[in-house]
Every structure is written in C-alpha cells, then in structure tokens.
Design a protein around this ligand. Sequence first.
Ligand code: PRP
Ligand code: ZN
Ligand code: MG
Length: 226
Amino acid sequence: PAPGRDRLRIAIQKSGRLAEPARALLASCGLSWRESRDRLFCYGESLPIDLLLVRDDDIPGLIADGVCDLGIVGRNVLAEQDLAGRADTDGPRFRELRPLGFGGCRLAIAVPDAWQWREPSQLAGTRIATSYPQLLSQWLQGQGIAAQVVLLSGSVEIAPRLGQADAICDLVSSGATLAANQLKPVQTLLDSEAVLAGPAVDFDDVRAELMELLLRRLDGALRIRR
Ligand code: PRP
Ligand code: ZN
Ligand code: MG
C-alpha cells in the first residue's frame, strides 16, 4: 500500500469529452486550484485536494497503484480494466463510488447498414474490431458465440471499410460516428457515463475524511443538477 498522505489526489482526463465537465463538477463542490506551468498538476487551494490531468485510460491503473486516490473516468474504461486485472489479482482493485450524470454513452456492437440484423448468433465466425477486448470477450462467451476479437486502440469505426473486421464494438454517444461510417448499432453491452472511482480498500489516514467531505459536497451538487 502507498504511504499515508495528507492530501487527496484526483485524476481527471486532460483533454477529451470528460475533461471540462469533470473540472466543472469538482469546482461546483467548492474546490479551486493553482495550475502548474505544464498544466498537468493542479494544486488544491480551497482544500487539500489536488488534480492530476492524465489520459483517461491511465486512470484506473493510477488508482490501483495508489498514485492517485480517486478518479473521474468512464464506466466503460473502469469495467474493461477491472476485467483485465482479474487475471493477475484476487479481488477488484478499484470501485465505482458515484455515477456523475455526464458523459453518457453505451458500448455497443455495430454492423454495416446493409446487414439484416436478427440476433447475436449472426456474429459467429466474424471478426469484431474493438478497444474493449475484455468486455467484448466476456459478452461473446456469455452468448456462446465464437468470434475473432480484433484489437484496435482507436478509429475502430473505420475497420469494416478497411476490410480489417466485419463488425465493431465501440462507444456510441450521438451515433454520428457510426452513421458516418455506414454502421448501425444492434446490441448494447454496457451503459456508461462518467463515474467517480476509488480504490477497493478504504483509506486509513486523513484522506478518509477528505473523501467523506468531497462525497457529501458531490452528492449535494448532483442533487441540484438532477
Ligand atoms: C468516442 C468513441 C466513438 C465516438 C462516438 O471517441 O470511441 O468513436 O466517440 O461518439 P458519437 O456516437 O457521438 O459519434 P472519442 O474520440 O470521443 O474518444 P477516444 O479518443 O477515447 O476514442
Ligand atoms: Zn480514450
Ligand atoms: Mg473514438
């Protein structure tokens, strides 16, 4: 375990869809910061709660390793990395503390517009491109479907047109990216939104009180929004 600390460190996305809303939500909890010159670290001024600005995919690992205490990340990223970590650890390494009500999207299977979609078994023997191999494999296994998972880290929607895959499994928000690539969503695997994530084990130092204070303010802020 990481040594006890007297400040709370929250990892948020540096740039991307969750970056601004995450900061705005924390600011509405009364947090304010002084930014470092490289803008990767924000030192908490109103409370000892600092921000680390990182890539969203790094957030679960930073929490699991104790580098950060909390994080704001998509449930999709958290769920994928939770499954990925199950292979080499016993229990979960992090947990979802609160859904935050922004960044809504779903992880879905999408197929070319021309397909006549009836049921998941049509995916048997196909190649499915995704950045979420764990969530996709788990779902395929649950359905008893044998398909090939093609791992791509981005631009997944273009894979069918490039002949790399027959179908995809990716995030859908407005649906614009799918439509632009002549794909249609046919099956939802996971409903997602931004969540506050924390370690699986409770803090045993002053961070426990800081987290309690933050959660109280967060719940107040979320109540007003809803
Ligand atoms: C996400 C996702 C899809 C797209 C869906 O990518 O991977 O490609 O948004 O949104 P839409 O349905 O509104 O078109 P994004 O570039 O936001 O994030 P990423 O770089 O983490 O993939
Ligand atoms: Zn990302
Ligand atoms: Mg994308």
